[in-house]
Design a protein around this ligand. Structure first.
Ligand code: GTP
Ligand code: MG
Length: 406
């Protein structure tokens, strides 16, 4: 399956200039301080989140029967000229002990193709110590660490897409209270971020009102400007209940979203096992919604299928970027002001011995009227401040004061 083709379909010419600005920020490392727009799939366990993400992007998220998403996977797509490079790393959660943190930080894998994503996921799951992955019998069922896949090259996009584990309604033998909390916190941390476009995935064969992501998105996205509802598994509902799902898809049911819903039909487990391609998936989905019982439901076709969803997301992403860029600009200005203040606090440059003497003489006079505390080498280097000298954090003997330097 070619991921390149699908990825470019989320790209819109209108946003190219904006996206290039974002790329420029990332190149300068600003992305480390400022969050940039991201598409995040959220919803109950097994709702079809990874399948939806695969449908939109073409990226092969593992989604076979019985394979659950166990940790957040961020795919950071950055368009650039030149060869495509895909690198997988781990962002450990801050609560890990130093030793285990550095073990995870050492992980780095170059992927030749997107098809190697499931291999990286398997390696990383095992390193994170998640139960069920190779060599791990005991351990939590989910992790708060993040797998990061950074893709640079001619992908036609500057965007992050995130696959998340599913919300667990109640703890059981397999999934403890701790696991429930881990996933809740993880999902909250993404949903709370104003730059996240929430793809709220709900399955048609469960009561929509009871699916936690709808309440959660209302709590975190009160304006409703960044939540898109996606209804999956229409093929698994009871015969005769299509009207209710059609109402929801038309945003005419009691549960409504400002940005409305999309109705999609992802591949079934047996279609996945047969190795269905993206093209075949789209054709099959199209045929499915053109046939009874859906044909009679007067569905809006621009709200049905993964291709319609892609088109909608293109526009939403454009609007989102337009809305977010002023905030990004403000955050960068704040960051610059803070850094300027820190630099000013160091005082003027003291490039010569004369400058140093002038600066230190009042300090030396008063420092010997009281018992001087030991000065660290780093402090002395800060006083001298030639930028080329690397300060060592080494304590110097008691009694050694600034007068020893001048
Ligand atoms: N029949 C049918 N099966 C679906 C549909 N969407 C997903 N599935 C199946 O449901 C199972 C779970 O799909 P995933 O995409 O892995 O669901 P998920 O929400 O990512 O699951 P977790 O990561 O475990 O929370 C897979 O076996 C899919 O084939 C659908 O629209 N129709
Ligand atoms: Mg999943």
């Amino acid at each position: 399956m070619s991921a390149k083709v699908e990825l470019s379909e989320l790209h819109s010419a209108k946003s190219t200039r904006r996206l290039e600005q974002i790329a420029g920020l990332r190149v300068r490392g600003i992305g480390d301080h400022v969050d940039l727009p991201q598409l995040v799939v959220c919803g109950d366990q097994s709702a079809g989140k990874s399948s939806v993400l695969e449908g939109i992007t073409g990226l092969p998220f593992p989604r076979q029967d019985g394979v659950c998403t166990k940790f957040a996977t961020e795919i950071i797509l950055q368009h650039s000229d030149g060869e495509r490079v895909i690198v997988a790393t781990i962002l450990p959660t801050s609560s890990r002990l130093e030793q285990s943190k550095s073990k995870l930080q050492r992980y780095k894998r170059h992927l030749a193709e997107f098809e190697e994503l499931p291999v990286a996921i398997a390696e990383v799951g095992s390193l994170m110590g998640i139960r069920g992955f190779e060599g791990v019998q005991d351990g939590p069922a989910f992790a708060r660490d993040v797998l990061r896949i950074e893709v640079t090259g001619p992908v036609g996009l500057h965007l992050t897409v995130v696959d998340l584990p599913g919300l667990i309604s109640v703890a059981n033998d397999e999934q403890t209270e701790d696991d429930v909390r881990t996933v809740q916190d993880l999902v909250d941390s993404y949903v709370a971020n104003s730059r996240t476009i929430i793809l709220a995935v709900v399955q048609a064969n469960n009561d929509i009102a009871n699916q936690g992501i709808i309440q959660k998105s209302r709590r975190f996205d009160q304006a409703g400007e960044r939540t898109v509802g996606i209804i999956t598994k229409p093929d698994l509902i009871n015969e005769g209940t299509e009207k209710r799902i059609a109402l929801l898809a038309k945003n005419e049911d009691t549960t409504k979203l400002k940005l409305g819903f999309f109705l999609v039909k992802n591949p079934t487990p047996s279609e996945l096992a047969s190795g269905i391609t993206s093209e075949q998936r789209r054709k099959a989905e199209n045929r499915y919604f053109q046939s009874p019982p859906w044909k009679e439901q007067a569905l809006r076709m621009d709200r049905v299928g993964v291709v319609s969803l892609q088109k909608f997301l293109q526009n939403l992403l454009d609007q989102h970027i337009e809305r977010e860029l002023p905030k990004v600009r403000e955050e960068i200005s704040n960051l610059m002001r803070k850094t300027e203040r820190e630099i000013t606090a160091f005082g003027d440059d003291r490039p010569t011995v004369g400058h140093l003497r002038m600066f230190l003489s009042p300090v030396s006079q008063c420092s010997f009227t009281i018992s001087p505390p030991p000065l660290s080498m780093a402090t002395i280097m800060r006083l001298i401040r030639p930028s080329s000298v690397k300060a060592e954090s080494k304590t110097i003997p008691q009694g050694f004061g600034p007068s020893h330097i001048v």
